[in-house]
Design a protein around this ligand. Structure first.
Ligand code: NAP
Ligand code: ZN
Ligand code: ZN
Length: 347
């Protein structure tokens, strides 16, 4: 076994603190990755505080992992020692169900092994995430990280990037389409960059009017301060699709009403409480409310390569791991520009 240092929380009201645990010895097809950077996703906060229910403690969060391969199992062929490598929200899946076969491992119908707050295939051994010094993963579930991109800025692509890329692709976003992005945080700012790169006209909906200049720099063509609902009414029936990245309770109907006939709102934010949908927000214009979970292995690698070709990365604030609790508090307040990333050297 490999002794590993990390940060863990022991319960929903505890603080993250140093924690030592063991990783398995790399198997024949595993690679051992020294973790250089790990992003802080709002999902880390939801789970560390057990806001979604069913959390497993102690929990080492972190699923936006970038590092360097330091050991390669004898039958692993995709990586060699020293290669940059990335790990996202899951580290294995059943590989045989319809979803896995379709390259949609995130929707695995048997057992998906989440990077943390999950269990291995034995349904017992807990998984521990990226707020740690190293991780062992089957090479089939490891991404190739384009070496030309700065590692700290790439880390958030492994969750925030793919979670916004996937629905934008699903809706065939491109020139001539108007796309709304609700919430300018980690997911939202990637959604803006990606939708703009795909050629869409992008509008940001934000509770923070101080983010307007940034929104435009990130590629948005328009910015709507949502504190005043009148600003929304003026935009009724305008958008082909809207990405809703908000992490807290909010009124979906306000945004559904902004969709054109047949338009779709993709929910990617995961607020813990149920949200009310007014039937008329959907039926009067044949609108769709859909959801989307991260992306599969193939699409995530496609997104990384897409970003490398266009020099798209995340805007990050790199922090030492000792500041992780402060980063959580600031993220909850929407005070993040636009993703905290932990420098794992500081562990
Ligand atoms: P984040 O960085 O905290 O961004 C969320 C943004 O939502 C905030 O920056 C803020 O933007 C806005 N917001 C916050 N509270 C709000 C409120 N009460 N009303 C309206 N807007 C509010 O979080 P994130 O990491 O991007 O994650 C966003 C959500 O997506 C979380 O729920 C997370 O769990 C979920 N998620 C889902 C997936 C998936 O696969 N579907 C993947 C990753 C994350 P403004 O300041 O601009 O208003
Ligand atoms: Zn995430
Ligand atoms: Zn499966």
């Amino acid at each position: 076994m490999l002794p590993t240092r990390g940060y863990a929380t022991k319960g929903p009201t505890e603080r993250l603190a140093p924690f030592t645990f063991e990783r398995r010895d790399p198997g024949p097809r595993d690679v051992l990755i020294e973790i250089l950077y790990c992003g802080i996703c709002h999902s880390d906060i939801h789970q560390a505080r057990d806001e979604w229910g069913g959390a497993l403690f102690p929990m080492v969060p972190g699923h936006e992992i970038v590092g360097r391969v330091t050991r390669v199992g004898p039958r692993a062929t995709r990586f060699k020692i020293g290669d940059p490598a990335g790990v996202g929200c899951f580290v294995d899946s059943c590989r045989v169900c319809e979803s896995c076969k379709a390259g949609l491992e995130q929707y695995c119908e048997r057992h998906i092994v989440f990077t943390y707050n999950g269990t291995e295939h034995d349904l017992k051994t807990p998984t521990y995430g990226g707020y740690s010094s190293q991780i062992v993963v089957d090479e089939q579930y490891v991404f190739k990280i384009p070496p030309k991109l700065p590692a700290a800025n790439v880390a958030p692509l492994l969750c925030a990037g793919i979670t916004t890329y996937s629905p934008l692709r699903q809706f065939n976003v491109g020139p001539g389409q108007r796309v709304g992005v609700v919430g300018l945080g980690g997911l939202g700012h990637m959604g803006v960059k990606l939708a703009a790169a795909m050629g869409a006209e992008v509008t940001v909906f934000s509770t923070s009017s101080s983010k307007e200049q940034d929104a435009r720099r990130l590629g948005a063509h328009d910015f709507v301060a949502t504190k005043d609902p009148k600003n929304l009414e003026a935009l009724a029936n305008r958008f082909h699709c809207i990405l809703d990245t908000v992490a807290a309770d909010h009124d979906l109907n306000l945004y559904l009403n902004l969709l054109r006939r047949g338009g779709a709102l993709a929910l990617v934010g995961a607020p813990p409480k149920p949200m009310a949908v007014n039937a008329f927000s959907l039926i009067m214009k044949g609108r769709t409310l859909s959801g989307s979970l991260i992306g599969g292995m193939r699409e995530t690698q496609e997104m990384l390569d897409y970003c490398a070709a266009r020099n798209i990365t995340s805007d990050v604030e790199v922090i030492p791991i000792q500041q992780v609790e402060t980063a959580y508090e600031r993220t909850i307040k929407g005070d993040v520009r636009y993703r905290f990333v932990i420098d794992m050297k500081t562990l």
